[in-house]
Design a protein around this ligand. Structure first.
Ligand SMILES: NC(=O)c1ccc[n+]([C@@H]2O[C@H](COP(=O)([O-])OP(=O)(O)OC[C@H]3O[C@@H](n4cnc5c(N)ncnc54)[C@H](OP(=O)(O)O)[C@@H]3O)[C@@H](O)[C@H]2O)c1
Length: 252
């Protein structure tokens, strides 16, 4: 029996990943802040499901989560928890943005390092970091969110190359979707400017892609083409386009 740890399992993409892995016979360790939802999921999935409620913005939370998993062999780490903050950089809350950096960057960094060391020793294991297509661009009006996802994409790609050069059997990849229909927009305080995909589709795409050893996983053809096109456009032009796109997300 194989076991996966999923952060942000209480909603959206993370919850769909949990459902999919459970249906495919995986045992799960679920994490998020909402203990009620975690308990409900564990009750539904059965005795072998473990859960721990914690706020990944708390200083010691990533290490606490790692400690919680000691004694259970984790084969698949999914760093999925994350959120966005919308608004002009001078207007947005510094406190909320520092929390964003703690969850989207610091926790992903710490958990990736701690579990990767174990995986490398065993020469087995998979890490899936849920980044975003925002990870390939600068994002005015969602600046800290885009910057945080750039960090996740770059970190993941660099580690992947180190593993490849060692001939390691450990896999690492990043899921980089465009808009997904989850609670993300409510929390960020925005609406959709493009048609979203379902969280189930994003979840299965990321998990199956990880099993196939894929690196950067962009779920739709439209978003794949947009990411490729952005490479051929000067940064100062691309950023203007992203501003217009983000502006349309504003809830008036
Ligand atoms: N939706 C999109 O359009 C989209 C597109 C690209 C990438 N993504 C990425 O996909 C990932 C999942 O987001 P989603 O779209 O599924 O949104 P969601 O429905 O809001 O789910 C976010 C998950 O992250 C957890 N989380 C948030 N803050 C946390 C904290 N401080 N500590 C611990 N857990 C925390 C939430 O759990 P609790 O509330 O229980 O804490 C929840 O389970 C994120 O990394 C997001 O950046 C989303």
């Amino acid at each position: 029996m194989k076991r996966a740890l999923i952060t942000g399992a209480t909603s959206g993409i993370g919850m769909q990943m949990a459902l999919y892995l459970h249906r495919n016979g995986w045992e799960l360790v679920l994490s998020g802040r909402n203990e009620k939802v975690l308990r409900r999921m564990a009750d539904k999935f059965g005795r072998n499901t473990k859960y721990i409620a914690l706020d990944l913005a708390d200083r010691d939370a990533p290490e606490k989560l790692y400690q919680f998993c000691q004694g259970m062999q984790i084969d698949f780490l999914i760093n999925n928890a994350g959120f966005g903050v919308f608004g002009e950089f001078t207007e947005t809350s510094l406190e909320t943005e520092l929390e964003l950096l703690d969850v989207n960057v610091r926790a992903v960094h710490i958990l990736t390092k701690l579990f990767l060391r174990d995986f490398v020793k065993r020469d087995r294991g998979i890490i899936l970091n849920v980044a975003s297509s925002a990870g390939f661009l600068s994002g005015p009006l969602l600046s800290s969110y885009y910057a945080s996802k750039n960090y996740v994409v770059r970190l993941t790609t660099a580690i992947r190359e180190e593993l490849r050069r060692k001939g390691s059997n450990v896999q690492i990849g990043a899921l980089c979707p465009g808009p997904v229909d989850t609670n993300f927009n409510n929390r960020a305080g925005v609406t959709f400017s493009a048609k979203p995909i379902t969280p189930r589709y994003a979840a299965i795409y990321g998990i199956e892609g990880s099993f196939e050893g894929k690196g950067l996983m962009i779920p739709t053809l439209g978003m794949k083409l947009a990411v490729i096109a952005s490479k051929f456009v000067p940064e100062e032009i691309a950023v203007r386009f992203v501003y217009e796109l983000q502006k349309r997300k504003e809830i008036s």
